[in-house]
Write a protein of this length. Structure first.
Length: 309
């Protein structure tokens, strides 16, 4: 009798182990990503919810009550918001465009049969290895009006007659800021696009050349369509990061001259930690998040629709 009970328990254990194994086989991917999903939920979704909650409830420090969209109305009525948003769109848009154009050009060059390819790839990656703040200080010293190498070089070439205050100029401060940001992000775009170029089958180019296709036709009909996926990844990351980036601006121009290079992300920081308007700052953060999501969805829609065609 006891032996029969032991055999029954053993069969039940084996059945349970077998069912568990079948469950793991069917849902292996879900089980693997579950820990990461929990971490992402805890570190991203929950903070976003708390920020959104603060934007609706936190009026002034110590006064936590429902105020609705009061902060959002104030933001959209603020002239500074539109000016800083305009600066941010210029900064992010032109930086992303420069990063894409120069990164694509470098990727096409590095994809060719050249001598010492690893040497050139290391040099292309160098700006990406430099911390953004360090890069900003390098260019700040370069464009310094007293001891900067930029003025010295241009005067020796006869392009300018005397030292110029580049970073204090309303004309040059923003282009310099955009250039520094693009300089840092070009290596990332180059590596992503280079990986995409190396995944394109060489047989396609050979067949197109036999049919009489020229360099432009090869690029337009083969290279560019195959780069849609890597391009989407690169542009989404570059645009999202530049849209919310503050390091370079704070170290290079500090928002000056005046507030001609002040960015929306920096205004969010100042609203919270200098003006102590935490609810207002939370509302600005929600608006920035919504804008980044819209940009990502727009990129995804445009590129995927072209791929489907």
């Amino acid at each position: 009798m006891r032996q029969a009970e032991q055999d029954k328990l053993f069969e039940e254990d084996q059945s349970l182990i077998r069912k568990l194994g079948e469950f793991m086989d069917r849902h292996f991917a879900m089980v693997c990503i579950l820990p990461t999903t929990i971490v992402v939920f805890g570190l991203i979704i929950v903070p976003i919810y708390l920020v959104f909650q603060e934007s609706l409830f936190l009026d002034t420090p110590g006064q936590y009550r429902f105020i609705g969209i009061k902060h959002y109305i104030r933001i959209f009525q603020d002239v500074d918001f539109w000016r800083y948003l305009n600066h941010t769109v210029q900064y992010s848009g032109f930086s992303s465009l420069l990063s894409f154009l120069i990164g694509l050009l470098l990727a096409l060059c590095l994809n060719q049969k050249i001598k010492f390819p690893n040497f050139f790839r290391v040099w292309v990656l160098l700006p990406w290895a430099i911390p953004p703040v360090v890069a900003a200080f390098i260019f700040k010293w370069f464009f310094n009006d007293v001891y900067g190498a930029g003025n010295d070089l241009l005067m020796k070439l006869g392009i300018i007659q005397g030292p110029m205050t580049w970073l204090a100029s309303e004309t040059f401060a923003m282009p310099i800021l955009i250039g520094v940001d693009a300089w840092i992000r070009i290596p990332f775009v180059t590596i992503i696009l280079l990986a995409g170029l190396q995944s394109i089958p060489k047989e396609l180019y050979d067949a197109a050349k036999i049919d009489g296709g020229g360099p432009f036709n090869l690029f337009w009909n083969i290279t560019l369509p195959y780069l849609k996926g890597p391009l989407l990844v690169a542009m989404v990351v570059v645009t999202a990061f530049s849209f919310r980036f503050v390091d370079i601006m704070m170290a290079l121009t500090g928002g000056g001259p005046g507030d001609d290079t002040m960015l929306f992300a920096v205004d969010i920081y100042k609203s919270a930690f200098l003006r102590l308007r935490f609810g207002y700052s939370a509302a600005e953060g929600v608006i920035m998040l919504a804008m980044i999501v819209v940009i990502i969805l727009a990129y995804s829609y445009l590129l995927k629709s072209e791929v489907e065609e």
